[in-house]
Design a protein around this ligand. Structure first.
Ligand code: ADP
Ligand code: MG
Length: 247
């Protein structure tokens, strides 16, 4: 094995418009294996569109998007294969409310033939332990708090054994007292070496966990750097204004 760091996500000069709304403007970003990148920026700046593009939930109008070495801007690429390696966690959990907690976690790996039912049950229970919800396996999702639901959503994504985890404002819909437990799970995941791209307004978390912070504004990456650089010595005026509002 080469010691060279592996590029997990390679985005080169990507543009995306909805009608005449030019949402992503010449975005280029590389994310390396084991790196944790936190994306910050005002609402409407294109952060979700960017994340969704990495999963081909959106297609760019121009530019190159490579994930795990696959060109996902090429229609010949088997996107389902790529998606198996990308876990995504959304603001609103997107769980199957009529299933139990464990069923939510085992459904995809069993349906896609990655594991037998027994293997998936066992792995699911391990993951529930990791996210602190061992006692909830057989409960209905409806009976959980928002913070618990989000931890189930993380466990569900991990059940596919992804190479990359994408998080789009995972704590924005939670009551404040629930936020810490979810962030703790994400911190553990970062420590375990998972490659992560996280959109969040939790600046304290970003400072602690990010290898790199990327500031989006008006569809552009206006500045990026270490948390130290971005939070303590922001150069871009728009970033300075943004930080003065959120910190
Ligand atoms: P952020 O996540 O930073 O708040 P988004 O990526 O959600 O920003 O949105 C960026 C811009 O794209 C906004 O102007 C939004 O209204 C627009 N937009 C996002 N998704 C769609 C869509 N599916 N159709 C049309 N416009 C969209
Ligand atoms: Mg968003």
């Amino acid at each position: 094995m080469s010691e060279e760091k592996q590029v997990k996500v390679h985005v080169d000069k990507v543009n995306k418009s909805y009608g005449d709304n030019h949402v992503l403007r010449d975005i280029s970003l590389d994310v390396m294996a084991n790196e944790v990148v936190v994306m910050i920026g005002p609402s409407g700046s294109g952060k979700s569109t960017f994340l969704r593009m990495l999963n081909q939930l959106e297609m760019p109008n121009s530019g190159l998007v490579e994930v795990d070495g696959y060109d996902i801007s090429d229609s010949k690429t088997d996107i389902n294969k790529v998606r198996e390696n990308i876990g995504m966690v959304f603001q609103n959990f997107n769980l199957f409310n009529n299933y139990t907690v464990l069923q939510n976690i085992t459904l995809a790996p069993v349906q896609l033939g990655k594991m037998t039912k027994e293997e998936a049950d066992q792995r699911g229970k391990e993951l529930l332990k990791t996210v602190g919800l061992s006692d909830k396996a057989d409960k209905s999702v409806n009976s959980l708090s928002g913070g618990q639901k989000q931890r189930v959503a993380i466990a569900r994504a991990l059940a596919m054994d992804p190479d990359i985890m994408l998080f789009d404002e995972p704590t924005s819909a939670l009551d404040p007292e629930m936020v810490g437990d979810v962030l703790d799970v994400m911190k553990d995941l970062a420590k375990s070496g998972m490659t992560m791209i996280i959109v969040t307004h939790e600046m304290g978390f970003a400072k602690q966990v990010a290898d790199r912070v990327v500031f989006f504004e008006s569809g552009k990456i206006q500045e990026s750097g270490t948390p130290e650089e971005v939070f303590n010595a922001p150069k871009n005026e728009r970033l300075q204004t943004f930080l003065s509002k959120v910190m």
